[in-house]
Design a protein around this ligand. Structure first.
Ligand code: ATP
Ligand code: MG
Length: 422
């Protein structure tokens, strides 16, 4: 036997049990998003590499070391998307649906980052992303957050809390940046290697350091919130006011800076203490400058992305239920005649909306009943030579073991009634 090939490191197979949990999440998310007027958009997984350098920022971890980039056969430099916002903005500019319009959009799909794989951190992972364009006022920021909260409620999710911050405008952030660099320069000797590297390039990211040895210097650092421009401060205050009115609890986290350069003003994260180091389940914020930065007309915007793997893991830990999809009836077929008739009988049931699994590949009554059990269907429908001759079918309840024989013509009604009662 030759050696079996394994999946690429950090890229997971989602087996049916997991898929069914995901489908439940996706269905609920779709309903919630539609309830707020968001519409789905589907975008390519590959984009020109330049798009990400220009949007996420060339000095961020993602662009510096995490992108799956390659030259294709015609020599174009392409990248598997590490996130969805850049592609969405690109599509908006290209299709002309951003300028002077309000757009509320969402998408779902795989993202790719060459990170160190660990629980909750993968190289192919999946997001549900939401982007809204054309609204500068904080009512939009509040809507996005309220919408997340509604989804968590719909999913029955608990143990998740909201952290907020405001990054101000690029100008106020630049002023803060110089002050932060001055502060950190004076403390070079206590900075770790990562922070020293970031000091020139992306000093704000130092605030995000997870290194315990760095916590003192980070905590004592000058705070971004003291450097906000007046308009950003008013914007943030109004958002907090709206959230209080909506009954949303939050914690202001002045260290929340986010790993992408394009954010302005509001940034937020929904985090949990139940997933170890990979605590962010959903993250987002405002990015008023990005559309123009990517060559469009200036358009305010805000959005967020939910990490599907982390959300699904949280729900699994909670012991969520009712996401499995299994057949409602299993058709046991004994003999060539029964197999022939079973095909049309099963179709009739499916016409009536019943999920039916047909036995395949023959087998004894015992074997077929074992398969029926494994299918998790509640009802086994037995079709043998006698039943074919008398146009009947034996209906066996696999939970309590009772069974009765009825005319085939009565089957649909009987099954629908039973399923209705369950
Ligand atoms: P983290 O701080 O955990 O690295 P991030 O700030 O890089 O997250 P974003 O780019 O904001 O994450 O992506 C939004 C969400 O996508 C995250 O909150 C997380 O739930 C999820 N996510 C990001 N990277 C990964 C990954 N490598 N594997 C699984 N989920 C991820
Ligand atoms: Mg990251």
């Amino acid at each position: 036997m030759s050696k079996a090939i394994q999946a690429v490191r950090g890229m997971n197979d989602l087996l049916p049990d997991a898929v069914e949990r995901w489908q439940r999440i996706e269905a609920l998310a779709r309903d919630v998003l539609h309830a707020y007027g968001y519409r789905e958009i589907r975008l390519p997984v590959l984009e020109k590499s330049e798009l990400f350098a220009r949007s996420i920022g060339s000095l961020t971890d993602i662009v510096e070391k995490e992108m799956y980039s390659f030259e294709d056969r015609s020599g174009e430099n392409l990248t598997l998307r590490p996130e969805g916002t850049a592609g969405c903005v690109r599509a908006g500019i290209e299709n002309g649906f951003l300028h002077n319009q309000i757009q509320r959009l969402w998408y779902a799909g795989p993202m790719f980052r060459h990170e160190r794989p660990q629980k909750g951190r993968y190289r192919q992972f999946h997001q549900i992303g939401v982007e809204a364009f054309g609204i500068e006022t904080p009512d939009l920021d509040a809507e996005l957050i309220v919408m997340c909260a509604r989804l968590w409620r719909a999913l029955g999710l608990d143990g998740i809390s909201l952290q907020l911050n405001s990054l101000g405008t690029p100008a106020s952030r630049a002023a803060y940046r110089s002050e932060l660099v001055r502060y950190l320069e004076a403390r070079r000797s206590v900075l770790d290697e990562d922070s020293l590297r970031r000091l020139d390039k992306n000093p704000l990211r130092i605030l995000d350091s997870k290194n315990p040895a760095m916590q003192d210097v980070v905590t004592a650092a000058p705070s971004l919130s003291e450097h906000l421009d007046d308009a950003s401060r008013a914007h943030f205050e109004r958002l907090l006011d709206l959230l209080r009115r909506a009954g949303i609890e939050y914690t202001i986290n002045p260290r929340l800076v986010r790993g992408l350069d394009y954010y302005t003003r509001t940034v937020f994260e929904w985090t949990t203490e139940r997933l170890g180091a990979q605590s962010a389940v959903c993250a987002g914020g405002r990015y008023d400058g990005l559309v123009e930065q990517l060559g469009g007309k200036a358009t305010p915007a805000a959005g967020f992305a939910i990490g599907m793997e982390r959300l699904a893991e949280l729900l699994a830990q909670q012991g969520d239920q009712n996401h499995e999809v299994h057949p409602q009836a299993y058709l046991v077929l004994l003999g060539a005649d029964a197999e022939g008739e079973g095909l049309t009988l099963a179709e009739r049931l499916r016409d009536a909306g019943v999920r039916v699994e047909c036995n395949g590949g023959g087998g004894s009554l015992k074997t077929q009943l074992k398969r029926a059990d494994r299918s998790r269907a509640r009802h086994a429908l037995l079709l043998g030579e006698d039943e074919v001759r008398t146009a009947s079918v034996t209906v066996k309840d696999l939970r309590d073991g009772t069974q009765r024989s009825i005319a085939q013509s009565e089957l649909v009604d009987l099954l629908l009634k039973k399923l209705d009662e369950e």
